[in-house]
Design a protein around this ligand. Structure first.
Ligand SMILES: [Zn+2]
Length: 236
């Protein structure tokens, strides 16, 4: 980003350039988008600026319905998360729900620390603090700070997937039309997403095995889940 310019003005001019480029590449891109959405993926992730789901999945506007919050906490009493899940699953009928944590998460670091952040943040992070307490022995045995933060992020995803699998809307969609739930972790340092195998295919180790490749055709790209990784083929 050009930091010598006003950041917001730069962002607006960047948007203008992007819109021009997309229209040049595909003149009907925006008119098709404007006609409606039918995303196949619901992404539940962290608000962290380094985890922009559509970008890191290599997908396009229209491909991913999204809810992000600090430390990707899935609390059953959070009406915001619950409304997004219900709309995506019961109305948009997405085929995949992806709960994705990430390495170097500030929320994970805060939950691992014994000090308070202050304000509403400690309240928000309470479920993650509970995960930390439930797995204190395992987490305390990890000497490396970064590795401990990755582990609590994995445990947080596991806890979140359990909440998702206990959600009636999600349960009905799994039963009625084979909705898949995936628990993943995004490694910021490599850009790779790892399937943790906590979801509906958890019984098969990493969640996705090589023999059952899952192909999700987005509006503008094809996402392939294979062997615990998601990859994207070129846009049509
Ligand atoms: Zn985070």
């Amino acid at each position: 980003m050009a930091y010598n310019q006003d950041t917001f003005l730069y962002a607006l001019s960047s948007n203008n350039a992007w819109a021009g480029y997309k229209s040049h590449q595909n003149p009907s891109f925006f008119s098709k988008l404007a006609s409606g959405q039918s995303p196949q993926i619901l992404w539940l992730g962290c608000s962290d600026s380094r985890c922009p789901e559509t970008t890191i999945l290599g997908l396009q506007p229209g491909d991913v319905f999204v809810h992000r919050n600090i430390a990707n906490i899935i609390a059953p009493t959070d009406i915001n998360t619950s409304a997004v899940i219900e709309y995506a699953v019961a109305h948009l009928k997405v085929k995949h729900v992806v709960l994705c944590g990430h390495s170097a998460c500030g929320g994970a670091a805060a939950a691992l620390s014994s000090s308070r952040v202050g304000g509403v943040l400690d309240t928000w992070l309470t479920p993650l603090k509970a995960v930390r307490q439930a797995h204190a022995d395992e987490l305390d045995a990890i000497k490396d700070d970064a590795a401990r933060a990755v582990r609590i992020a994995e445990l947080n995803v596991e806890a979140g997937v359990k909440v998702l699998l206990a959600n009636f809307t999600v349960q009905d969609a799994i039963k009625e039309r084979g909705l898949e739930v995936h628990g993943c972790l995004f490694d910021i340092a490599s850009g790779r997403i790892r399937d943790l195998g906590f979801g509906t295919k958890g019984g098969r180790g990493m969640g996705f095995d090589g023999s059952s490749e899952e192909v999700v055709r987005g509006k503008h790209a094809t996402l392939v889940f294979r062997g615990g990784n998601a990859s994207m083929s070129a846009a049509r």
